[in-house]
Design a protein around this ligand. Structure first.
Ligand code: PFF
Length: 461
């Protein structure tokens, strides 16, 4: 049926593409600002625990579903369960991919716009954060600016996915990921060699236990999902092009290590610089677009480093956005038998259309609020706080309870025989975490999101 389904050209190709999906705006834009708002090192510590005890087990489960079935999320769940309910769970992932890309590409568009700002030397007119914030507001308030870069980024994403797995996604990841590593390491060295860098390091590495609250834990867990691209079938889809000769646990471990390393490198680069020039770490979502330009304007070599930084951010976003689009495209190709080329173009146009209200929520539709959210925040909230955790919960429950370990383990052993024989303890831990710990903890995060919703509804009732 699926005779000519594509595959990755090499093991390294899969790892780089999957790490590319994981490493994105989540690592460079979101992680530093939520760490900055939530006590720095204390947040980082909880986040690392969440990655290890929930992120890694769910990641293994997702890749395994994909590799075993060689299908998109809907086809994969249906093939294993023969149930419409579980196919709908896969469908939820496809919808989440569609929705996330519609706002993700807007921020990624800003990043491209900021490369141009950096090249034009526009960051050197900012004596203090307020003028940088004003500049940012002017840019996002400018409809042609925001729409133009949004469209441009969607076209880049579309072209790569259009070109296929090996020629598009794998090739792009193999070029862009090493470049991203090099750029971020250069930026980290710049940060570390500034006078006063040690304060930034303290902030990122010395936990203050009193700052840890239930909220920190829930935020950290939510972010663990987002940063590892879990809960919506992106890793499942990438896993569906993977060979049975390769080890899933080893690949998953490599992906998690790369993703975490990049978040920490980006965090180090950003906080050493922010503290060195005496700015606050808790500026929120504007940290990258409003605070950093001021940092660059005060730092030796800032012109050069500002260009490198926004190039890195764009690369990171692009290797993630292609995985979001691929989830939706693979569904249309596998299930509805569309041609890849047609699917890539048509779906990108629809995603752009869906993103238009979100882009306009920074300007024209500023005042329109639905349940207290503007369009952009609403799309982000539905996807990140509802669809992803719910998807993650279903994936853990499906693999551990429905598919069943008697069928799961022989599949997981393929390509990983040595791993299982050498580390029996790790495989037992995986089974226990996935069966009990992950569902319970994810469920709590989900309740928390619903609690937030409830609060919002109360305001309206
Ligand atoms: N992991 C990406 C990031 O950290 O930016 C975001 C993402 C990509 C989430 C792909 C979900 C996904 F399917």
């Amino acid at each position: 049926m699926q005779q000519s389904r594509e595959t990755w050209g090499s093991k390294a190709g899969f790892i780089l593409a999957a790490a590319g999906s994981a490493i994105g705006l989540g690592n460079i834009w979101k992680f530093p600002y939520i760490a900055g708002e939530n006590g720095g090192a204390s947040f980082v510590l909880i986040y690392l625990i969440c990655i290890a005890v929930i992120g890694l087990p769910v990641l293994i489960a997702e890749i395994l579903i994909g590799r075993t079935t060689q299908r998109n999320p809907v086809g994969a769940f249906y093939k294993l369960s023969n149930s419409k309910f579980w196919a709908a769970v896969g469908g939820m992932g496809v919808v989440a991919g569609f929705l996330i890309l519609s706002f993700y590409a807007i921020i990624a568009g800003w990043s491209i716009g900021y490369i141009i700002e950096a090249i034009n030397g526009n960051f050197f007119n900012f004596p203090e954060p307020a003028s940088s914030a004003e500049h940012f507001q002017n840019l996002v308030g400018n409809i042609p600016w925001i729409m133009g870069y949004f469209a441009f980024f969607m076209i880049l994403t579309m072209v790569i996915v259009f070109s296929g797995i090996q020629k598009g996604i794998e090739r792009a990841s193999k070029i862009m990921m090493p470049l991203l590593f090099i750029l971020l390491i250069i930026l980290m060295i710049r940060g570390l060699t500034l006078d006063g860098a040690s304060q930034g390091l303290d902030f990122l590495w010395n936990p203050d236990w009193s700052k840890i609250t239930a909220n920190t834990i829930l935020l950290a867990l939510g972010h663990a999902f987002f940063t590892l691209s879990l809960g919506m079938g992106a890793m499942l889809t990438y896993g569906s092009y993977m060979s049975e000769k390769d080890s899933i646990p080893v690949a998953a471990l490599q992906i998690v290590i790369l993703d975490t390393l990049i978040a920490l490198i980006a965090g180090t680069a950003i906080f050493t610089s922010v503290f060195a020039v005496g700015l606050a770490p808790d500026a929120g979502p504007g940290l990258i677009f409003q605070t950093l330009p001021v940092v660059f304007s005060k730092m030796p070599g800032g012109y050069f480093f500002s260009i490198l930084f926004f190039i890195s951010l764009t690369i990171a976003a692009l290797t993630s956005s292609i995985s979001l689009l691929e989830v939706v495209v693979s569904f249309f190709v596998d299930e509805l038998k569309w041609k890849r080329h047609t699917a890539a173009i048509v779906i990108s146009v629809f995603i752009f259309a869906l993103g238009v209200p979100s882009a306009l929520s920074f300007n024209l539709l500023n005042d329109i609020k639905i349940f207290g959210f503007d369009f952009f925040e609403l799309a982000d909230f539905i996807a990140s706080n509802i669809l992803l955790p719910l998807g993650g919960l279903f994936i853990a429950v499906f693999v551990a309870w429905i598919w069943g370990y008697d069928k799961v383990i022989p599949n997981l052993r393929k390509g990983a025989e040595n791993f299982f024989d050498n580390y029996p303890l790790l495989s037992s831990l995986w089974k226990i975490f996935l069966k009990y710990l992950s569902p319970v903890l994810i469920f709590l995060v989900f309740l928390y999101s619903i609690g937030l919703l409830e609060k919002i509804f109360n305001v309206f009732s």
